[in-house]
Ligand binder design. Structure first.
Ligand code: SF4
Ligand code: SF4
Length: 482
């Protein structure tokens, strides 16, 4: 990595940034991604998914009251939180891989802060005009027209921020129902509170804090700088081509006399369009979110002055050095770190797909009663009590036969649940539900073990024969002398 220019005062007042509109390849990519990501965010809660009667019909839903997460055909229970761990690992590795390939490409194109700030800038430009007009208006102070425009802009920003907060809460309840409740003021208070919080944060971060969030609040630029290497593509000013900077006229005169002249005409267009106010010609900096807009600006300047595009371009530090030494550029997207990140993504993804494909629709948790650990019965037998939690993740009700293995002579009973004629204990669990029951494991006096013994308590689904089980132990009374 090149050295970052850190000279200058330690504390400096914020200089307001007035990014200018720009057209070009990277601007089009950014518009496309903005439309796609915001459309997904705002519309996804309204996508329906038929899971059968009695189950929510929303494709993506975080159902906190029932402790379920629905994502199209996937339904996750609190016991399956490890899927989220897998997702977090994959997300981190994807971010690292993006960084190894093309630096802060996440920051420049996909980060929510960038996307919403871009949208808020577009509104500002639409209402108050482009860079020059905005700068002039700020210089002139508060005229009637300017105040009207400032009010209009802030109202539009608040509306976008409000809709952003509103869309967020729709992921936590049935969206069409919640919209109706919100409009008729019958929604739960917590929904209004969250909409208020998210409206305020979106308005402040995207409307007012803007590039300050990227430069001072976000930890990723610091982490990213430690993770990147000289082979990663970054938005780079090609010094070897650009310097020495000079006017078009002077450059032409020098070239006519076979003298060196840089392509940079020092027009400041790359700085004017930058959403964080960075001069990319000073090298890679913390403030540069790698959005590529300065590339578009410079390419259009180069076209106007009849020079080749690419004075600012995605390039690597290695190539910057090689070009200065007169060597051809080399690109190496496949290297140890990119292979490592891709391998971790593939392994974690495969494990998750396998776990999802083979996950059981039933489950059991067992908790041994601690107080008392055992009860000695009048006939000499011994009883241990357990709390069972039976899980039925399927969309039909199921009957489970409860049994115990590992302890000869043991059988199970549950107060209030009738046993079948065969003596088996059968417990019903409704569709997509859990049921907690307290059971007792009893051993006749002649078969009480001498020491605590490992046992397995199992629940057999009577319809499919599938068994869910969990190990625990049976505690006998302490023998004298033990
Ligand atoms: S836009 Fe290009 S030519 Fe103009 S100052 Fe920036 S690098 Fe130089
Ligand atoms: S310097 Fe260029 S790439 Fe970096 S933030 Fe500014 S416009 Fe985007």
């Amino acid at each position: 990595m090149k050295e970052t220019n850190i000279e200058g005062p330690l504390y400096a007042p914020r200089t307001k940034v007035y990014p200018q509109a720009v057209h070009g390849r990277f601007r089009r990519i950014k518009w496309t991604l903005l439309i796609v990501t915001l459309s997904i965010y705002y519309l996804l809660p309204f996508v329906r998914w038929d899971r059968g009667p009695g189950l929510p019909g929303q494709a993506v839903l975080l159902d906190l009251p029932h402790r379920r997460f629905y994502f199209f055909f996937i339904e996750l229970w609190p016991q399956e939180v490890y899927y989220f761990t897998g997702l977090l690992i994959i997300a981190a590795m994807v971010l690292f891989l993006m960084n190894a390939l093309a630096g802060r490409i996440w920051c420049g194109y996909l980060c929510p802060q960038t996307v919403w700030t871009d949208l808020f800038y577009a509104v500002e430009r639409w209402v108050e005009g482009d860079r020059r007009e905005r700068m002039l208006k700020d210089k002139q102070g508060l005229t009637f027209t300017h105040v009207r425009q400032i009010v209009t802009k802030n109202v539009l920003w608040i509306l976008i921020a409000w809709w952003t907060g509103g869309a967020w809460v729709l992921y936590f309840a049935d969206a069409p129902t919640l919209v109706k409740e919100l409009l008729t003021f019958q929604a739960p208070m917590v929904a209004y509170v969250w909409i208020g919080i998210l409206t305020a944060t979106t308005y402040l971060f995207a409307g007012h804090a803007r590039e300050q969030v990227c430069i001072y609040m976000c930890p990723w630029p610091r982490i990213q700088a430690a993770l990147t290497d000289e082979w990663a593509l970054n938005v780079t000013y090609r010094k070897d081509r650009g310097e020495p900077r000079m006017s078009v006229k002077k450059a032409e005169q020098l070239r006519q006399h076979d003298q060196a002249a840089g392509d940079c005409i020092d027009c400041h267009q790359c700085i004017n369009v930058c959403p964080t106010g960075v001069d990319i010609r000073d090298g890679i900096q913390l403030g540069c979110i790698q959005c590529g807009l300065c590339i578009d600006a410079c390419d259009s300047v180069m076209q106007q002055v009849g020079r080749p595009a690419g004075l600012i371009a995605y390039d690597t530090d290695i190539n910057a050095e090689r070009r200065l030494a007169g060597k051809p550029p080399v690109f190496r997207p496949i290297r140890a770190r990119t292979l490592l990140y891709a391998a971790v993504i593939a392994i974690a993804g495969s494990i998750m797909i396998y776990a999802l494909a083979t996950r059981s629709a039933i489950g059991i948790n067992v908790l041994h009663e601690r107080n008392p650990l055992f009860v000695t019965l009048s006939d000499g037998g011994v009883r241990n009590d357990y709390t069972l939690r039976l899980l039925n993740k399927s969309d039909i009700a199921r009957s489970f036969e409860i049994g115990v293995t590992g302890l000869p002579g043991a059988h199970v009973q549950a107060a209030g649940i009738p046993q079948r004629e065969s003596g088996q204990l059968t417990i019903e669990v409704g569709q997509d539900q859990t049921r907690e029951v307290r059971i007792s494991v009893l051993v006749p006096g002649t078969m009480v073990p001498a020491a605590p013994t490992d046992i397995t308590i199992q629940a057999k689904d009577l319809a499919t024969g599938q068994i869910a089980s969990e190990k625990d132990h049976f505690v006998p009374p302490a023998r004298s002398g033990q």
